[in-house]
Design a protein around this ligand. Sequence first.
Ligand code: SF4
Ligand code: SF4
Ligand code: SF4
Length: 353
Amino acid sequence: MVNLTINGQHVKAASGSTILEAARSAGIKIPTLCYLEGVNEIGSCRLCVVEVEGMDKLPTSCNTIVKEGMVVETMTERVKAARRMVLDLLLSNHVQDCFSCAQNGVCELQKYCNEYGVEHTSYEGTRIKIEKPAKKEHPFLSYRPELCIHCQRCVNTCAKATGRHAITLGKTGMFNIIEAPFGEDWEETLCESCGNCAQACPTGAITEKRRLAYREWEVERVRTTCPHCATGCQMDLIVKDNKIVDVEAADGPSNHGLLCVKGRSASFDFVDSPERIRYPLIKNHKTGEFEQASWEEALDLVASRFTEIKNNYGGEALAGFACSRSTNEDVYMLQKMVRTAFMSNNTDNCARV
Ligand code: SF4
Ligand code: SF4
Ligand code: SF4
């Protein structure tokens, strides 16, 4: 362990950890924009600068390693002025369009500009002309280059967390530009539509299109488990006026803030679908059509048919095959019924696919 002082507070940090990690472990907040723990630690935005005794320059706390006896200050006037300068420079290449931006209310750039009192850039006349048009041919995602701050959180999320390498860092003239695969030929790209890049983006540059249908202050979040497979990813349903309008990955033990395309984009439309079956159906053998029945009628019919098969052919003639989308509790109950009521060990589950 290493002993250091941050804002006059004695802090013990693991050797090899960064100033940012040491500060966060002690409950001291340092603002970051490009930093994403374990995924993007490139120290490019410079918002996390701090003052360290004995160092002339302000080091970036996200990639400066702690040393024994280090004395760190995170909120001096010099540090605050440097952060205001960073935000000012970011805004100089940014089209401030908060009213129509999908990220209004949760944008990290907006949040820090508000916190540090930076309303507009002071670099009038230096804004670059964004030559690249918005990309919005993707079914779920869109990219607005004029809102991008080139933090590369999307690039490294796609490469390191999702493992797809579908987003790259390109050049337009002397400026960096993010090449997001959301144009006309997106189906030909490596993108698998998981949306993890959109969740990682701190601004409104890469967003889920459906975000435009709501604003942050209109919704509530409900933590739940993805219904699509047995991995058990944790996610938050975004609910507006009692309807699910979106899904965000939560930091669960098996998904660590990530989701696949099914979890993020196929987990809620069916809830209010008019095609959803909301009551039991029994086939009328004369017409061949399914007809609405009560639960009592349906359960009586199933129980009598099971009993008939068991009496005529023995319990081994019956089996229970559970759906991998069911909860563990429901799957347990099914096998219990098969073993105790059918008197059969024929139970299985499709989860192994
Ligand atoms: S990215 Fe943030 S600061 Fe920029 S327009 Fe959108 S909400 Fe406003
Ligand atoms: S949606 Fe997923 S695969 Fe596609 S670019 Fe974003 S992170 Fe990569
Ligand atoms: S698209 Fe978003 S995450 Fe990617 S570099 Fe731009 S601002 Fe950062």
